[in-house]
Design a protein around this ligand. Structure first.
Ligand SMILES: Nc1ncnc2c1ncn2[C@@H]1O[C@H](COP(=O)(O)OP(=O)(O)O)[C@@H](O)[C@H]1O
Ligand SMILES: [Mg+2]
Length: 308
């Protein structure tokens, strides 16, 4: 499923003194199969954007009460927004948003705070039962086996974990259980808002690894919101930089971080590898790498006598 978004704007508390223009005319296409990154400062609109993709936040035209406004005389109306996820038209009130939500899984920030059941198995199973369509039934065996598959793809031993209380686990394990509860329905698109935030370096690495295990066969497209530039450089096929509710840049990391100055001028950080490339450039050494640590090291080791 491809994500196609054009001219998307969103205002919280519209028409009140507390109105906030969180998105302004955002256009962005994400192809099926990508491992896509969304970057930007706090408050730049990242969460507001991704919450549109599974219909958690809705366009006015998709709401039951919506009636199109008549344009005033002499005024050209703004371009109509387009928001499509696969075959789902998210601007249309007739769209089956429940079916959409099954296809587009959403892992919120700090998802472990939403764990609630007595056992890991029950928690993950809840994610599955929650999405059963009308009349659809799964046997206990089917549920057990789906839960155990989901736990194993996030790197937890299903049999050992199933009976434990989620509250007795480490921070990284809890996060993985929460992710299992979303991917258990095998969504085609998996969206994670800051999936590695607040974890120690090992926990972060484990989460990124499990996302690569999921990406492909389990969930075709993975979208992560992150403000960790190294995470984006190491993992993403492309990334979009949000700034004050607009998309300031969108490119593969190799291109994005070549343009380090533009990112720095937005007040954003750059990956460690990009900092090293800049420092070496000041010393007259050009390193042309894709900003993954592996490629950076390979290119530096290939330098002869300090010159490329
Ligand atoms: N529920 C809300 N009510 C009012 N304003 C909000 C709400 N959620 C977010 N905002 C505002 O919208 C803007 C974008 O927020 P958000 O999408 O959460 O950004 P990010 O995820 O990049 O930090 C910010 O100015 C934020 O304060
Ligand atoms: Mg956010």
């Amino acid at each position: 499923m491809r994500i196609q978004c054009e001219h998307l704007s969103y205002t919280y508390n519209a028409g009140s003194p507390f109105a906030v223009n969180a998105l302004r005319d955002v256009s962005l296409t994400i192809e099926e199969g990508e491992f896509f990154g969304i970057l930007g400062h706090t408050g730049s609109g990242k969460s507001t954007f991704v919450q549109h993709l599974n219909g958690l936040l809705r366009l006015p035209s998709s709401l039951k009460k919506y009636k199109p406004k008549k344009p005033k005389k002499g005024e050209t109306p703004p371009p109509a927004p387009v928001l499509r996820v696969g075959d789902y038209d998210l601007t249309d009130k007739k769209t089956d948003f429940r079916a959409l939500r099954k296809k587009v899984g959403m892992v919120f920030q700090y998802p472990e705070y939403q764990l609630f059941a007595e056992t890991v198995e029950k928690d993950v199973a809840f994610g599955l039962k929650n999405f059963l369509q009308k009349g659809e039934k799964l046997s206990e065996e089917e549920i057990k086996s789906a839960v155990s598959d989901a736990l194993s793809i996030v790197g937890l031993d299903g049999r050992e974990m199933a009976v434990r209380s989620p509250f007795d686990l480490s921070g990284g394990q809890k996060r993985r259980v929460a992710i299992a509860g979303v991917i258990v329905t095998k969504p085609e698109i998996l969206i994670l808002d800051e999936p590695a935030a607040g974890l120690d370096p090992l926990g972060k690495r484990e989460v990124m690894e499990l996302l690569h295990n999921i990406h492909g066969d389990w969930c075709k497209t993975v979208l992560i919101v992150s403000h960790d530039m190294d995470e984006i450089a190491e993992n993403c096929t492309r990334a979009a930089v949000f700034s004050e509710g607009t998309v300031a840049m969108c490119a593969p990391p190799a291109e994005l971080f070549k343009n380090a100055e533009a990112l720095l001028s937005l007040g954003l950080d750059i990956p460690l590898t990009a900092k090293l490339v800049l420092a070496l450039k000041e010393r007259g050494i050009d390193v042309d790498c894709d900003y993954t640590t592996e490629d950076f090291i390979a290119k530096v080791l290939a330098l002869k006598g300090g010159r490329a």
